[in-house]
Design a protein around this ligand. Structure first.
Ligand SMILES: C[S@@+](CC[C@H](N)C(=O)[O-])C[C@H]1O[C@@H](n2cnc3c(N)ncnc32)[C@H](O)[C@@H]1O
Length: 180
């Protein structure tokens, strides 16, 4: 028996460009607050494409495409994911909040809720913070919920793109289970 590779199976199921552009997207916005590393931005684009996320906002000093380092990890998915550069993270998050989005900030704080226990309404705006100092205080105060992934080891935090991936899959699962 010939086992078809993932690539072969998926390629045969891919829709054409026009159908893809019309596909329903998950009601999730991602806001990147001053991310420093282009590799992280690229990885977030890749998972945002995989899960058909609504839109990614690249805010403040976050590096935006085109950038060769973004491409290394995004595999070109920035062409498929709706995205926009915004100068102010706070104004962007406030705008999404005013538009009815649930503001979910990923950060380890004394107020954080374990990611398996969150119960957001949709659309959700997931905010991810800068590699060294996290989400800015003026953005964190807009959160409807601060969510964390547990750390049992010696490190204080996870890589921001890994955090984003886990949380986006978790949110995506909530959407799929509530609509089935
Ligand atoms: C490396 S962390 C920032 C540094 C962190 N605030 C610290 O004090 O070490 C970068 C971003 O990744 C996300 N992050 C990393 N680990 C996380 C965790 N365990 N739970 C929730 N978010 C996390 C947050 O959005 C954070 O702002």
């Amino acid at each position: 028996m010939k086992i078809a590779s993932n690539k072969e199976i998926l390629r045969s199921e891919k829709s054409d460009r026009r159908t893809f552009m019309q596909m329903n997207r998950a009601p999730i916005f991602v806001v990147l607050d001053n991310l420093k590393a282009a590799f992280n931005v690229g990885s977030i684009f890749r998972v945002a494409d995989a899960l058909l996320i609504q839109k990614v906002y690249l805010c403040g000093t976050t590096i935006a495409p085109p950038h060769y380092k973004i491409k290394t990890t995004s595999r070109g998915t920035e062409r498929w994911v709706p995205w926009e550069y915004r100068k102010s993270t706070r104004k962007t998050v406030q705008e999404l909040k005013d538009g009815g989005a649930f503001i979910l900030c990923a950060e380890l704080t004394s107020e954080s809720v374990d990611y398996t226990k969150i119960n957001p309404f949709f659309p959700v705006c997931l905010v991810l913070g800068r590699e060294y100092d996290g989400i800015s205080a003026d953005v964190l105060e807009l959160a409807d919920c601060i969510v964390s992934l547990p750390i049992y080891g010696m490190t204080n935090s996870l890589n921001v793109a890994i955090t984003g991936s886990v949380l986006l899959y978790e949110l995506s699962k909530k959407i799929r289970t509530s609509s089935s």
